[in-house]
Design a binder for this molecule. Structure first.
Ligand SMILES: [Mg+2]
Length: 508
């Protein structure tokens, strides 16, 4: 600006072209004791401006204004494109979690101004991971696109569908007034999704679990609404025939309890604060103990912290059953070794969960642990439930076959509670069936159960399979089973599950 330097100079600045205001600034050195001082003079020269000067100045300002405007417009377009991109799922083109948050915030604002209810339907595909594993991620992605289309087609005007990621879709709607409406919509979504879908040579029948929350509270947070629908979805996955559940406050309690139990389970695994209790399996005629079943207990011996029916399903769902199951195998085999070294000739039955059987390598682990503990595999028994043998026959049977080849016996646990197809029995790689306690507790009063039980005893004998009656609690049941020709049994009448030192005291 001070182009003239300390020799002095001058220029004119138009301050405001529409009002024709301009000033002239002049500066020159003054003579003084101090070093090179400058003096500035400001004069109003508006009246002296030429038309030409003004036109040049106006053009310059207009050009600058247009440049700035263009730049702003480009920046705004870029910002919008970016916002759309970050709010959109790249696979399905549906709004993503961020987009859903924006929509829910808008719905809450509308609710605050006009009232009404907001409903969130949290949809999660069942067994999507298995579809991905089996058919690959490309087919998994194609299926997600198809599911997105099917859901979109089933919605009404104004309903908003988004994909949160993974196999989770969320429907936001303000057009639902009660649970009946919501249930109808959820059933329509489930119907649409569960139509078969063919791709390449595969036919897939997808299915979905839906958790629903309906809220008339405009002050609820977006995260809380999504959390409630998510919790209800978990409930739908585990406890509902229809695979549809509504959020209610008891779910919160249950989830908190499960989280607490999960921490306990992880803690128990980390600090080895678990123990095995052993329940005898006896010959029914003389009550001689022929085997022990190792049963996992959580906590200290004096103070177990949860029942197996509480923590086993949770351990299955969280896959904690895998490390826990390995601990059980190692522990039970070491204790079997001790029992044998004390002169006992009992066998040791170890329960194996479906998840353990689904993971290849169970037989390798089991046999290596047996060798390490100095246990002959023929002294051991694996107990499995039939669901795993029916749902994953190839994997389960190959693992079981390896174990049986090494001498391990296989017991089919809880027989009579699942599919219990008699024709299956001949084909399964098993040695013995364990008849579920529900038959034993009822057969004395329920004629039909008695008939089925008798048929099971006869059939197992004809097929060359062993049979163990579970849950024998009374002398009447014991006598009845003996009369039917049942040979082996287990139950409180002969011994409760107890730690090793007590189990040894069971009369042989
Ligand atoms: Mg068992």
């Amino acid at each position: 600006m001070l182009a003239g330097g300390d020799q002095g100079g001058q220029f004119t600045k138009v301050l405001h072209h529409s009002e024709l205001r301009a000033i002239e600034i002049e500066w020159k050195p003054i003579h003084s004791e101090r070093r090179r001082p400058l003096i500035f003079c400001l004069r109003d020269v508006s009246a002296l401006l030429s038309y030409e000067q003004l036109r040049v100045e106006v053009d310059r300002i207009e050009r600058r204004r247009q440049q700035t405007e263009n730049l702003n417009r480009a920046l705004e377009l870029e910002r919008l494109a970016l916002a759309t991109k970050v709010m959109e799922c790249p696979v399905t083109g549906l709004p993503n979690r961020r987009g859903l948050h924006v929509s829910i915030r808008a719905a809450l604002k509308t609710q605050r101004e006009n009232g009404g209810r907001i409903s969130i339907l949290f949809c999660d595909l069942n067994a999507f991971k298995e579809i991905n594993d089996l058919h690959g991620h490309q087919i998994g992605d194609d299926l997600l696109i198809e599911i997105g289309r099917r859901l979109q087609r089933s919605l009404r005007f104004g309903d908003i569908l988004s994909r949160l990621g993974g196999d989770e879709f969320v429907v936001l709607t303000m057009g639902i007034f009660d649970e009946g409406d919501a249930l109808q919509l959820a059933m329509r979504l489930n119907d649409a999704v569960s139509q078969t879908w063919s791709v390449e040579d595969h036919t897939i029948r997808p299915s979905m679990s839906i958790g629903i929350t309906i809220s008339d509270d405009p002050d609820i947070s977006v995260d809380e609404l999504i959390r409630r629908a998510d919790l209800a979805m978990y409930e739908a996955k585990t406890n509902s025939d229809q695979h549809i559940s509504f959020y209610h406050s008891s779910i919160d309690k249950k989830v908190r309890k499960n989280i607490h139990l999960r921490h306990q389970l992880e803690g128990a695994l980390q600090h080895k604060s678990m123990f095995l209790a052993y329940q005898p399996i006896v010959e029914l005629d003389d009550r001689m103990v022929v085997g022990m079943e190792a049963l996992l207990r959580l906590g200290a011996i004096a103070a177990p912290i949860a029942t197996p029916s509480e923590f086993i399903p949770l351990a299955e769902r969280t896959a904690l059953i895998l490390p826990i199951g390995r601990w059980v195998i190692t522990q039970a085999l070491e204790q079997l070794c001790q029992l044998r070294s004390q002169g006992s000739d009992v066998t040791m039955a170890i329960n194996v969960s479906p998840l353990q059987l689904k993971e290849t390598g169970l037989s390798d682990f089991f046999l290596s642990q047996a060798e390490r503990s100095g246990v002959d595999p023929s002294w051991t028994v694996i107990e499995v439930t039939e669901s795993i043998l029916i749902e994953h026959p190839d994997l389960a049977t190959s693992e079981l076959r390896r174990l049986r080849e090494a001498g391990v016996k296989v017991h089919l646990d809880d027989f009579g509670t699942g599919y219990s197809s008699m024709s299956w029995l001949a084909r399964l790689p098993i040695d013995t069936i364990k008849v579920d306690r529900s038959f034993i507790s009822d057969f004395l009063h329920d004629h039909r159960k008695a008939v089925v039980l008798e048929a099971m005893i006869r059939l197992s004998r004809d097929l060359g399979l062993g049979l163990i009656a579970e849950g024998i609690e009374t002398v009447e049941q014991h006598a009845g089973l003996l009369a039917m020709g049942c040979v082996r049994g287990q139950g409180y009448l002969f011994g409760r599950p107890e730690p090793l030192t007590h189990s040894c005291a069971v009369p042989a």
